[in-house]
Design a protein around this ligand. Structure first.
Ligand code: GDP
Ligand code: GDP
Length: 436
């Protein structure tokens, strides 16, 4: 599992600024895709060689008693529970506030490692600014500036210090059993879907979750093929009954996506596409996992409602246009049979072997038909391409002046490779390398 860093603090201390900085290099991969939400709360980052997950808990109001704030407080507490490290952000310009003390108390009780970061300290006398925060009893305050990046690298290094470098497992074997994560925000019907899928199939094995952030793994056989479902909704076997026990957890969702080869993103057609749906979707794209989208609760919708949700999808989930969409009813068991062929297709695409001669031929044809635009007086020259990884497939293109390749041209090449190699259902990464 990847280490999880959770950002906690009252509103306006700079959590989302820090979040954006931590996830920026990854974000560049998915920058300016139409429909992609900018306001994200979970992402991946890399500190040195160590990948990590990061959760921005939003504006934590520990005293909120009802409504959306209460739900946020609940989610924050859950995230704290699941954190490997907490970064507690306070505002060095504003100084210590009563709200900070309340949050600090909670964090001290959490038994989790906490790093106290005093933000917005650019241009200030750091020792003086941070002195008053000792009172929180959370160790030495670290001065940072999220906006300017000062102290951020040291902070991340310190946060990740206890964690080793991950063993890099080369996921290239397409004979392996596909791992499928069933994910989505609360109440979209994930457990209903898992139960419906299991109701029909032969369940081979089942494990018990250790902690709340563990998902349940279920091995099953369908049409003579083996799959492992990673169930984030939480089902447990009681005799022949499968019963939902756990509810939504952001960290669990991210870990499950990381572990999977293919994610099935479940969305509620009766509710429309919410911000949280888009967050999960953006995370899947960021992780590079293959994807099948299940628009659930399709039963009982009138025609105009169906039109409405389809427009919603076009508008808000446009950046998932590489994936297959299914309109299903987990409750009425409709449309489920078609999910697995799409999972198979997405898995195959994610694991595709792309030979250097084939890739290079497609590259040369594409650049001949449509040359890379001139940038700063020079036309980038793209020479050959080879595969740099699987799940997602990575195509590495070598050439000269590759820094000048425009994003739109990169997308054109991505689209070309996708079409020629029939890579439906998987993100595809195109990277450039200067020289040979
Ligand atoms: P959040 O509510 O905790 O997520 O806070 P935001 O990241 O939205 O930041 C709140 C405000 O503080 C914004 O106006 C930011 O531009 C500003 N801010 C964030 N980090 C810094 C910093 O390092 N220095 C200064 N001067 N302002 C910052
Ligand atoms: P989860 O939180 O994503 O695991 O969602 P659940 O599986 O617990 O479902 C939430 C609610 O939606 C329950 O009341 C389900 O009965 C209902 N539900 C799930 N799938 C469908 C569906 O296909 N159609 C309709 N109408 N309701 C559904």
């Amino acid at each position: 599992m990847l280490p999880t860093i959770v950002l906690v603090g009252r509103p306006n201390v700079g959590k989302s600024t820090l979040f954006n900085r931590l996830t920026k290099s990854r974000d560049a991969l998915v920058a300016d895709l139409p429909g992609l939400t900018r306001d994200r709360h979970y992402g991946r980052g890399i500190g040195g060689d160590k990948p990590f997950l990061v959760v921005d808990t939003g504006g934590f109001e520990p005293t909120a008693e009802s409504g959306i704030l209460k739900e946020m407080a609940r989610q924050t507490l859950l995230a704290i529970d699941e954190a490997d490290v907490i970064i507690f952000l306070v505002d060095g310009r504003q100084g210590l506030t009563p709200q900070d003390k309340v949050i600090g108390d909670r964090l001290r009780k959490s038994q989790r490692p906490v790093l106290l970061a005093v933000n917005k300290t650019e241009g200030m006398q750091r020792a003086i600014v941070s002195a008053e925060f000792h009172e929180l009893g959370l160790g030495d305050p670290l001065s940072i500036s999220s906006a300017h990046g000062e102290g951020v690298r040291d902070l991340v290094e310190l946060a990740l210090e206890p964690f080793g470098e991950p063993e890099r497992e080369e996921i290239s074997n397409s004979d392996r059993v596909p791992m499928i994560a069933i994910v989505g925000r609360p109440n979209v019907g994930k457990s209903t879907l898992v139960n419906a899928l299991l109701g029909e199939e032969r369940v081979i094995a089942f494990d018990e979750p250790g902690t709340t952030r563990d998902s349940i793994h279920i091995d099953l056989e369908r049409g003579g093929k083996h799959y492992t479902l990673i169930d984030t909704a939480g089902v447990r076997k009681r005799g022949r009954v499968f019963e939902a026990i756990e509810k939504f957890s952001v960290v669990k969702t991210m870990q499950a996506i990381e572990e999977a080869n293919v994610a099935i993103l479940v969305v509620d057609a009766q509710e429309g596409i919410t911000e949280q749906d888009a967050h999960v979707a953006a995370y899947i794209l960021d992780s590079g996992r293959a994807l099948v989208v299940a628009i659930n609760k399709w039963d009982g919708l009138k025609d105009d409602e169906k039109d409405w949700i389809k427009r919603e999808i076009d508008r808000k989930l446009q950046f998932l246009d590489f994936a297959k969409f299914h309109y299903i009813s987990a409750l009425k068991n409709k449309g489920l049979a078609e999910l697995f062929p799409s999972v198979d297709g997405a898995f195959k695409a994610a694991m595709a072997k792309l030979s250097t001669p084939q890739l290079t031929r497609v590259l040369i044809e594409a650049t001949t038909q449509h040359q890379p635009p001139i940038s700063k007086g020079i036309r980038p020259k793209l020479r050959y391409a080879h595969q740099g990884g699987s799940n997602p497939p990575i195509v590495i293109i070598h050439g000269n002046h590759v820094d000048g390749v425009k994003d739109s041209y990169k997308r054109f090449l991505e689209g070309t490779f996708r079409k020629v190699f029939q890579l439906t259902g998987t993100p595809l990464r195109v990277q450039f390398k200067q020289g040979n």
